[in-house]
Design a protein around this ligand. Sequence first.
Ligand code: PMP
Length: 406
Amino acid sequence: MPLDVEKIRKDFPILQQQVYGKPLVYLDNAATTQKPQVVIDKIAECYRTINSNIHRGVHYLSERSSEAYENSRTAVQKFINAKFPFEIIFTRGTTEAINLVAFSFGEKFIREGDEIIISAMEHHSNIVPWQMVCERKNAKLRIIPMNEEGELIVDELDRLISNRTKIIAVTHISNSLGTINPIKEIISKAHSHKIPVLIDGAQSLQHTKIDVQELDCDFYAFSGHKIYGPAGVGVLYGKEEWLNHIPPYQGGGDMIHNVTFEKTVYNKLPFKFEAGTANYIDAIGLATAIEYIQNIGIYDIAMQEHQLMQYAATKLSSIDGLKFYGTAKNKAGVISFLLQDIHPYDTGMILDKLGIAVRTGNHCTQPVMDWYKIPGTVRASFAFYNTLQEIDVLCDGLQKVKEMMG
Ligand code: PMP
């Protein structure tokens, strides 16, 4: 059923405002999404009613907050259909989740001369942690290439995989091009060689149904703030057998079972990977965001966003001098482009004064920009609360940019 977008927009107080005297047109959803009132209320309610450090107290408040935190874990587990709640590790976000795997998996399994495969369109947070492992271990990074449309050339995997390949880490949806990668195919190819796969889900869970058991991925990382939840909380999903085999990422409180000066015995999953006071309030807020998404329905969200993407692609392509970057057949969430030879920052600055929030630059995917030999792009990224009329405003804005700069 088509979503009642006008009604939905009322759930997001920030969207009601004007900037520079113009109604805000927020098209920077790939960077972060706005928060519905229920999430904002939940955070305030937690601080007002149950705030207390989790897992360490016997008193009423600590039990309430611990219970709410663990219920959030279960909500995430159900949302992505993980087999067990303890396969859900709360982190600061996607970046920390990937760093956790890169460090811990790297410590345990990566030796000199081993290889790690990533793709040509990774976010820096799925490049740099692996480079750090390679530096530490004297291992090699290998790259799945992409074509002009911004699609991965997955057949190249057959050439790239060797008996030294220890892990493959790829993004599900590219944050700079919008390409939806064929992760099922990648996972099944990798598994046929017994190689585990980490999926960077920072741009996918908000646009499409994720079932980690069906995908059969070994690790899946995402950020709360990109799925209408709070900033500063995210998730690493890992299959039990991997999480049990890799060492802790950080040491401290909560991740221990027993400590003496001679030896520490680590806690069981998931606590082994959650050293120190967790961001429990935001984890609880994340569960509220998930509930909100589920109430709207992820399939209806995907349909609404598909319509926005199609409308935007058609409207923008009628603007003379506009060139798209990332024209894959399978796309979601993001449209990247340049207008004539106008620098993306200039385009972004002028659009800003018209109340339109887009992102400009390399979007933390510098190798993608290098591939196209451009300094960056203008990126419009969509959420289900965006309207077709907002896309019209963007197109009018771009005409103004052309008049001023062209
Ligand atoms: N991967 C992708 C594909 C992303 O889009 C982002 C955020 N832009 C990240 C990873 C990093 O997410 P975070 O900054 O929330 O850790």
